[in-house]
Write a protein that binds this ligand. Sequence first.
Ligand code: SIN
Length: 275
Amino acid sequence: MSTDVAADLEVHPVGGLIGAEIRGLDLSSDHPDEAYAAVRRAWAEHGVIFFRDQHLTDEQRERFALRFGQIRTKQQLRKEPDQTRNVGESWHVDMTCFDEPPIGTMLFAEECPERGGDTMFAGMVPAYRDLSDGLKHTLVGMRAVHANVRKLGMGYENTSPPEPSVAEYDAAEGVLHPVITRHPETGRNVLYLNPEYAVRFEGWTRRESLPLLRYLFDHGGKPEYCTRFTWQPGSIAFWDNRQVWHLAVNDYHGMRRVMNRILLTGTPPVAANTP
Ligand code: SIN
């Protein structure tokens, strides 16, 4: 990189515990590897990073994404004025119902509502850190079943999906992920459960699992672990699915919101061996 690009890149933390805005990097042109290495460090360190005023073509978005991994899917998320549901309107992590969930997601704002339509993020590194030693010891070594029992993303644009029965939760096969993972880039422990996909603990029934799951979901969504991003056309959020939850706030009925999303390919989450 020209040393100038390195010198111009600024990382400004935006939340108390997670989130940072990156300034001084124009993503409409390519940059030497060192620039992306600095962005990647900020991403792993802060869990989610934001850029402003980056009006990119499809090709430029793809080029940026490919600097961080392979592309798993590219799609447009669109909510029209007559729609009432929003993709991702409750806390979740993208696709943990798969063995290799996407390591990261990029969202590029194309058209934003006049107001509302923010995205919230919650950091599962600080959420893990604040658990008691006793609970940390209990959770390390446990695994949870992740399954798409509520059929997220399966065509409920204007109605809520039916609430599944306890029997459906018990029967869901899904995939197993460690409850506490070790982040491969920072070495930090992460509370790797999310309210959308983690449906029960391995070997436990749904009813047995629910009290502890509810406790951990309430804990993870506490305001101090969260940051909230207000979009403008040209804004980008790039979050690390290995350590943050996210939620698209559905408070802009009657207005249009159009976002371009790129999901990177994933790797299997790695269990933490010690608290
Ligand atoms: C998502 O859940 O990936 C979408 C988030 C958003 O539209 O803000």
